[in-house]
Design a protein around this ligand. Structure first.
Ligand SMILES: [Zn+2]
Length: 98
């Protein structure tokens, strides 16, 4: 006779289809069930994949920032060129060459 505290209120069902209400049987099954191992491995695999994906996303975000900084630098150079041209034009204007 199995003591009542070894009995689950709800029967446990394994991913492989094994069903039991006894905690002892459940524990024993969990140790030897290959389906549970596969599920665990798949979960681990997805977790590591997720981690890799997040790292890649962070990297590409950094790349975006780099590209944006590059664009700003190019704009700065453009503005500097325009300022120079304006200054030269002003100097020529002041010198009376135009
Ligand atoms: Zn199982």
């Amino acid at each position: 006779m199995t003591p009542i505290n070894n009995l689950y209120n709800q029967p446990r069902m394994c991913v492989c289809g094994y069903v039991t209400s006894f905690s002892g049987s459940w524990r024993a099954h969990k140790k030897c069930c290959t389906s549970i191992q596969q599920v665990k491995e798949t979960n681990d695999h997805w977790r590591s994949y997720d981690k890799t994906l997040r790292c890649t996303e962070q990297l590409s975000a950094k790349d975006d920032l780099k590209a944006m900084a590059e664009q700003l630098r190019a704009k700065d150079e453009q503005i500097l060129n325009l300022t120079n041209q304006l200054q030269q034009a002003n100097e020529r204007l002041n010198a009376g060459t135009i």
